[in-house]
Design a protein around this ligand. Structure first.
Ligand SMILES: [Mn+2]
Length: 271
């Protein structure tokens, strides 16, 4: 199954390509995000192609669904290499899978954009130097991105260690629980190539309970879409949506919320 209304663009000129990355090998608390890409595609069949909020329709957009990258049994080094190899031209849009997948995608995007800035919507800082002995995992991924020298903006953040928050205050361009953009920060990033990473747990668990490490007091769907919409017209070099774990939400609403978010991100950034 492919994502709602995706298609082969004539001559392979699709602006955006969806790629599933069904990987959750380092998940520490509750696994299941490897089933995220399939569940999001499945849920996409139940939503409309038209977004009243944006007054745009996916049917008017040439984007493709490239299926899943084969990541079965890979360690995190091989995972990163597989993602870098698979990164398509144009605008790659990865569906996780755990947050670790972002590292390979950011490194791939940075090959073409050395001044790449990363924007993270997430409940968690993900800035540990290591976690249970692992240097590359879902809890350290943003630390590795900082180590690579990438400027980082963190929105929706409400969980992490004291040391992670101290590091964020020193090294992130911005780290706040609010997902709204300070106007001066928007002016700073708008001219730069951006990589956007959305961890579904940035949303309140009431809206998206199907995720490995839910945190209370999260953003609303409307606030998240508004935050993304603030970047309309910006240069987006790549993006992802991660940490959807469908089995942890018997109501099934998390994959539907995620599919709606994928639609809005495509309509905002793949035109
Ligand atoms: Mn998170």
């Amino acid at each position: 199954m492919t994502f709602l209304s995706s298609r082969r663009a004539a001559g392979g000129t699709a602006r955006a390509t969806l790629l599933g990355v069904p990987y959750d090998a380092t998940a520490s608390f509750r696994r299941g995000s490897r089933f995220g890409p399939g569940a999001i595609r499945d849920a996409s069949q139940s939503i409309e192609t038209y977004s009243p909020r944006l007054d745009r329709d996916l049917d008017d957009l040439a984007f493709t669904d490239g299926g899943d990258i084969d990541v079965d049994g890979l360690d995190t080094a091989a995972l990163g290499a597989a993602i870098e190899r698979a990164s398509p031209p144009g605008l790659p849009f990865l569906l996780g899978g755990e947050h670790t997948i972002t590292l390979g995608a950011v490194r791939a995007a940075a090959r073409a954009h050395s001044d790449l800035t990363v924007v993270q919507w997430d409940a968690h800082t993900d800035l540990r130097d290591d976690y249970e002995g692992a240097r590359v995992c879902h809890a350290t991924v943003m630390r590795r991105i900082l180590d690579d020298g990438r400027p980082l903006v963190q929105l929706g953040i409400r969980a992490g260690t004291k040391a992670e928050f101290e590091l964020a205050r020193r090294r992130s361009l911005h780290c706040a629980q609010d997902v709204a953009w300070p106007p001066d920060l928007l002016d700073t990033v708008r001219g730069r190539p951006l990589y956007l990473t959305v961890d579904i747990d940035v949303l309140d668990p009431g809206e998206a309970p199907g995720t490995g490490n839910p945190e209370p007091d999260g953003a609303s769907y409307a606030a998240l879409v508004d935050s993304l919409r603030s970047l309309a017209g910006a240069r987006i070099a790549g993006m992802d949506l991660v940490e959807v774990a469908p089995a942890l939400d018997p109501s099934g609403r998390t994959p539907i919320v995620a599919a709606s978010l994928v639609r809005e991100m495509l309509l905002l950034f793949a035109t």
